[in-house]
Design a protein around this ligand. Sequence first.
Ligand code: ATP
Ligand code: MG
Length: 430
Amino acid sequence: MRIPIQSVTPATGSAEIIGWVHEVRDLGGLAFFLIRDRTGIIQVTVPKKKAPESVLAAIKAVSRESVVRVIGNIKAMEKAPGGRELVPDVFEIINASESPLPLDVVEKVPAELDTRLDARFLDARRPRVAAVFRIRSAVIHAITAYFEKNGFTGITTPKIVAAATEGGTELFPIAYFDKEAFLNQSPQLYKQMMMAAGFEKVYEIGPIFRAEEHNTTKHLNEATSIDIEVSFADHNEVMKILEDLIVATYAHVKDTCGDQIANLELADFTVPKAPFTRLPYADAIEIAKKKIDEPIKYGDDISSAAERAIGAEMGSHYFIVDWPTEIRPYYAMPYEDDPSICRAFDLMHPRMELSSGAQRVHQHDLLVQQIAKKGLNPESFEFYLRPFRYGMPPHAGWGLGAERLVMTMLNLGNVREAVLFPRDMHRLVP
Ligand code: ATP
Ligand code: MG
C-alpha cells in the first residue's frame, strides 16, 4: 500500500511510494532519482548491477515529472533528503511526462512570473509554491474559525448585481438576459442590509470584481474579500476585531505551518503585536510630505509611494483613522462634532493597504444626502435605502483583501503569487 513520502523513515523496512520524478542523476553504475509527493521528497537509488531487469528498463525510459510507483527497501543514508533512501525492487511508470517541460520544477532555472502562471499546474508542483497555497488555506481556516467562535453568521451575497456599490467605472458589465448587469465590486450594500435583517454579526469570504485598469503588483481584477458587518458597533470596535483577527491568523500559521514557513525561508516570521497604532490621516499626510518627492496635501488619497513612505516610518501594522469625509464612500459616518472627517479607517501593512472599514451611516436621510453629495442618484439605490426606513441598527464593518494578507504575510513580491489563477488585464487563461 502507498505511504506518504514524509512518513518513510530509516526504520520503515519495505515501502511503496507513488509520486513525481523530481530529479534524475545517472552516475553510470548508480542511478539516483528524487521522487516527490505532496508530503515530501525521497531518494531512490538504483545499483545497476544488482537491480532487476524491469527496474533497469523503467529507469532508462522514465522522464522527469512522470508519475511513478516504487516499491523497495528503505536504508538509512545520511546524505539523502530525510536521511534515508529507497532501493527498488519495483519501478513502474504510471504516467509518463512529455519532455522538455514548459517549466523547471526544481527551480534551477528561474522563471518569469508569466511563464510560471501559464504553466501553473507545474509551477504549483514546486514545494515553495505549494507552501503558499497550503498557508493560504490555513489563513482562511483561521479566519473562518475566528468568526464562527465569535458569533458571526457566514453569508453569501450575489455577485451579479444591477447597481454599482460606489458608482464609478470599476465595474465589469455583463449581459443578463435583456438587462444590463454587473459583477459585484463589494458585498458592502448586502452585508449592511443583513444588519437590517437583525443578523447583528455577519461575515463573507468571496470574490470581488474590479475593472480598474491597474497593472500593479497589488491589484487583481478578481480578488477575494473577507468582509464583516457588526450591529451596535462603532469603528473602534470593528478595528479591535480586525487587529485580533490578524494576530490570531498569524499565530495559527506559525503554529500549524512550520514546514511551509521553512520552505519559504521565512526565518523571521513573527506574529504582529496588538494593539496596532492608530495614526490620524492628517499625521499620515505630514509624514508623507516629509518623505516623498511627489506633491501631497491634506485631502489627497494616499498614493502607493506615500503608503510605502509612511509604512517605513511605522514599521509594523497600523491603522490610518479620521479620514476626510470627502475622500471616503457615502456610507462612512461623519463625526458629529466635525463632519469634515469621518469614522473610517484603513488597516495598513508597512507595504500597502490591507483593509478599509468604517462605522456606517445608519440614518436614512443623512445617507440620501451623502449619496447625492457624491454625485450619485439615490433612486438607483432604493433597494439599499429601503431597509434604512424600517429600523436599521447602528453598525460598522470592514473588507480585508485575502490576497494582500497572504502576500504581505509571506513577503511575496506580487499579489498574483497569492492566487492560483490570477485575473488581470492580460490574463484570462488558464
Ligand atoms: P487600493 O486603494 O489599494 O486600490 P481600495 O481602497 O480601492 O484599494 P477597497 O475598496 O477599500 O480597496 O477594498 C478593501 C480591500 O480589498 C483592500 O484594502 C484590498 O485589500 C482589497 N482589494 C480591493 N481591490 C483589490 C484589487 N483590485 N486587488 C486586490 N485586492 C483588492
Ligand atoms: Mg480602501
